[in-house]
Write a protein that binds this ligand. Structure first.
Ligand SMILES: [Zn+2]
Ligand SMILES: [Zn+2]
Length: 132
């Protein structure tokens, strides 16, 4: 299956997810993705390859030895990795195809900011809210 960044400069292919899809609530994911949590899954390097735009990638070392790679044009975060480790941590919301799995757990909830949580009971609309 394939995935891409927002602007389309970077595309990748992944043959399978090796680990369950996990919603990571850690502070650095929250900041990097500008979201309450980041859906992620581990992928072996052997099962991942950049299809185009690898030269557009930039990286930020969010903790020692951990590189968060994102598109230098649109800012979409795509993977996090520790060079030398056998796997990448894919930001699965950038997939353009259904991986056939659904999220299995939330982790690092100790880093939650309370005002972003407990949003399950608020209204959901297919598009914009009525009366907008
Ligand atoms: Zn991009
Ligand atoms: Zn995280």
């Amino acid at each position: 299956m394939q995935g891409s960044c927002l602007c389309g400069a970077v595309e990748y292919e992944v043959t399978q997810l090796e680990m369950p899809i996990t919603h990571c609530h850690c502070r650095t994911c929250r900041k990097a993705q500008a979201a309450a949590f980041a859906p992620v899954a581990g992928v072996l390097r052997a099962h991942f390859r950049w299809l185009k735009g690898e030269d557009s990638l930039r990286a930020f070392e969010s903790s020692p030895g951990k590189l968060r790679r994102f598109c230098g044009n649109c800012g979409t975060h795509l993977v996090a990795e520790r060079p030398g480790k056998p796997h990448l941590v894919l930001r699965v919301a950038t997939l353009d195809e259904d991986p056939g799995m659904t999220p299995a757990m939330h982790i690092w909830c100790s880093n939650d900011v309370p005002w972003l949580q407990d949003a399950e009971d608020i209204p959901r609309y297919a598009e914009w809210q009525p009366d907008r």
